[in-house]
Design a protein around this ligand. Structure first.
Ligand code: ATP
Length: 256
């Protein structure tokens, strides 16, 4: 569905992404993990068109999108939920959600249909519709941020650190919503600092380091990789140390 091949990109002072290869199959949840500054959020930015790659190929269902504007990419069914603080606090929950339908605002019937769908799929939007977004808890705000992107009925949702700043109960709610969207057919690509949560939620895992993909595999294979377990999860998770097994994840670019 989504494919990145040899993507190089940066912000003017050298390349942050140094040849990223990544694939997301339809209806999967892929979680990118890695240390601060590895380039995880930058990968989301090149996919959503906010940053243009200097070389490499980005395609969605076989169609090149690396040279498209953020608007065109949105219209192709890819939406990004930003890291946080993305709602207008003085506007109501309903108004915030409607903002997500800006691109379809002229089609009132479609706008109404999508709003009804969002109200049904994300109950907090219905129960708090008239309240100012600024009065919601952190977990409720995150749900509404995700709900807002559903107004364009995305095929691929990009989430940058959905767990950021949330207490365990809110985390469970947000993880549940991501799972429900995925069950309903949406493909998800997320970046997570909370490796346990991210890989627990995902079907596939990607480990980035130094602007490159270091490891890919099923989420459980990545989680069980002894090196990943000791680096990110506080100890090996049942596997003997000494590198990935033959059934384990694929090392893409060792030594970065
Ligand atoms: N807008 C920007 N302008 C210049 N440099 C940036 C910009 N955004 C990110 N960078 C730099 O790019 C590198 C990768 O940043 P990125 O946010 O992609 O990392 P990350 O893996 O998501 O880590 P973090 O969890 O810390 O956000 C970092 O060195 C960062 O300082």
């Amino acid at each position: 569905m989504l494919s990145l091949k040899g993507v190089v990109a940066g912000y003017g002072g050298g390349s942050v992404l140094q040849g990223v290869d990544l694939e997301c199959a339809p209806q999967t949840i892929t979680c990118i993990v890695g240390p601060n500054g590895a380039g995880k959020s930058t990968v989301l930015r090149v996919i959503s068109g906010l940053l243009k790659p200097s070389s490499g190929e980005i395609s969605m269902n076989g169609e090149t999108i690396g040279d498209r504007s953020p608007d065109e990419i949105l219209r192709k069914g890819i939406t990004q939920v930003p890291q946080s603080h993305a709602l207008f606090p003085a506007m109501s929950v309903r108004e915030n959600v409607l903002m997500g339908g800006y691109l379809i605002r002229k089609n009132r019937a479609l706008l109404r249909e999508r709003l009804d769908m969002v109200l049904e799929r994300v109950p907090i939007v219905a129960t708090r519709a008239g309240d100012n977004a600024g009065n919601l808890s952190g977990g409720q705000r995150r749900m509404v941020e995700i709900a807002r992107c559903l107004m364009l009925d995305p095929k691929l949702i990009l989430l940058d650190e959905p767990s950021l700043g949330l207490d365990p109960r809110s985390l469970a709610g947000v993880a549940g919503l991501i799972n429900e969207l995925n069950q309903a057919g949406t493909t998800v690509l997320l970046v997570e600092q909370n490796v346990r949560l991210g890989l627990g939620l995902a079907t596939h895992g990607v480990v980035m380091e130094g602007g490159k993909v270091r490891l890919t595999g099923t989420a459980s294979a990545v989680k069980d990789d002894p090196e990943i377990a000791s680096l990110y999860l506080g100890g090996a998770s049942g596997s003997a140390p000494g590198g990935p097994s033959s059934a384990g994840p694929k090392t893409e670019a060792a030594g970065v």
